[in-house]
Design a protein around this ligand. Structure first.
Ligand code: GH3
Ligand code: MG
Ligand code: MG
Length: 396
């Protein structure tokens, strides 16, 4: 079976159009994904532009030879706009419009002045640069580690290279758009077809990956304080304990419970209570190292895992958090709230304790801190609670 050039071109147009519709469908399900909208517009437009080129000799010359390439130019700009939107970079609409207009007018002038060669070179050269700029945008969005990124970059770069080859081809050839019959034009068509499919699938994949990671992060985060929630804490703390079990190093766990918090809510109102919780969480984050694991594990209950910390360092950190919270929560919103926190500290050495038993020990120490009068730190020492620690550490 052999296919003639117009049939192949129509097939390419159809594939581009269909992949544009696929991306548009994604945008319909998530209207905030503007990258999908611009990408869909670019692919659908490319389908139309390529179809017009293929209709050379069937439709008026203006439509196939001038309107078709213009549409393709605009689609290259839209693809770059989509890549910028994906990267959450700002797209200044007036600059984009002015740049596109300047490109198209120069191309039209070159054509009108009889240099179809220059017009064609401008079309493919600037177009290729825009697809390459799109690839650079995706390359820059590396922090998210999206799996669809590499196929996308490869597709955009291949298409850009095929357009650059076409520019070189135009510079050395007497045949120009819309339908030169040289072999490199066949390469553009083939690469363009693969680009349309791979680009659309990669984009949808990346957008899905991104929205899944947003939902995942939300499921593991406490919305009030921004700290990890109980589920995330149990998972991360377990992993820290598992890592620690291999060696003989210490690992400590701090259990915090704000004192008489119900009274604070009843006296000053729930919004002030929320503010106190945020204040505590901020102080906690400020006092810890990046490797420490802090979480809000209940209403006014927080926990921290300190990998590599022995009992003395853990006691010092716990008391620093306790003391600074006492200072910071003396006044909230201009009202004398005077919130405080009690802390239970437990330490495990190597294989000596699993997460749940260390958590239970820290809770028991916390209970003791409450019983001893609150606003204090109590530690668990190997065989049990050290009843003196509260008195040693307490600063009234
Ligand atoms: P104790 O010193 O013994 O810990 O007394 P407490 O009042 O802190 O303990 P209790 O368990 O009786 O009260 C906890 C209160 O925390 C009750 C609940 O209304 C409040 N709380 C739980 N979650 C939130 C929240 O998200 N925001 C606010 N403002 N309050 C909360
Ligand atoms: Mg409580
Ligand atoms: Mg409490």
């Amino acid at each position: 079976m052999s296919l003639d050039a117009p049939t192949l071109t129509f097939a390419g147009a159809l594939v581009s159009f269909a992949s544009g519709l696929l991306v548009l469908l994604y945008w319909v399900t998530d209207r905030t994904a503007w990258a999908a909208f611009w990408w869909a517009a670019a692919n659908i437009g490319t389908g139309i532009g390529v179809a017009l080129l293929a209709l050379h000799g069937v439709v008026p010359v203006f439509v196939s030879d001038i309107l078709g390439p213009w549409i393709l130019d605009i689609c290259a700009v839209l693809t770059w706009t989509a890549a910028r939107a994906f990267n959450r970079a700002s797209n200044r609409p007036y600059l984009v419009l002015a740049g596109s207009a300047a490109w198209i007018v120069t191309e039209a002038l070159a054509g009108a002045l009889g240099s179809e060669q220059l017009a064609s070179m401008l079309g493919t050269g600037v177009g290729g640069s825009l697809y390459l700029a799109g690839a650079i945008e995706f390359w820059r969005s590396d922090a998210e580690h999206l799996r669809g990124r590499w196929p996308m970059i490869a597709a955009l770069c291949s298409f850009a290279i095929s357009l650059f080859l076409a520019t070189i081809g135009f510079s050395a050839s007497a045949q120009f758009l819309p339908m030169p019959s040289s072999s490199w034009f066949g390469i553009i068509q083939f690469v363009g077809l693969v680009y349309a499919i791979v680009g659309a699938i990669s984009l949808v994949m990346m957008l899905k990956e991104r929205s899944e990671s947003v939902y995942k992060a939300a499921a593991l985060t406490d919305p009030l304080t921004g700290l990890a929630n109980r589920r995330a804490f149990m998972d991360r703390a377990q992993r820290a304990f598992d890592r620690n079990a291999g060696g003989n190093g210490p690992i400590s766990l701090l259990a915090f419970d704000l004192d008489r918090f119900k009274t604070i809510n009843d006296t000053f109102g729930h919004p002030v209570g929320d503010q106190v919780l945020r204040l505590f969480a901020d102080g906690l984050s400020w006092a810890l190292r990046p490797a420490d694991i802090a979480a809000r594990i209940g209403g006014e209950e927080f926990a921290v895992v300190l990998p590599g910390c022995g009992i003395q360092a853990a006691m010092a950190i716990a008391d620093r958090v306790r003391a600074s919270f006492q200072d910071n929560a003396r006044f909230v919103n201009g009202q004398r709230v005077g919130a405080t926190v009690s802390v239970g500290v437990a330490t495990s050495l190597g294989l000596a304790g699993d997460l749940l038993s260390v958590l239970a020990s820290a809770d028991a120490a916390l209970y003791q801190a409450k019983a001893n009068g609150r606003n204090r730190v109590v530690q668990v020492h190997g065989d049990g609670i050290d009843p003196t620690s509260g008195n040693v550490i307490k600063i009234a």
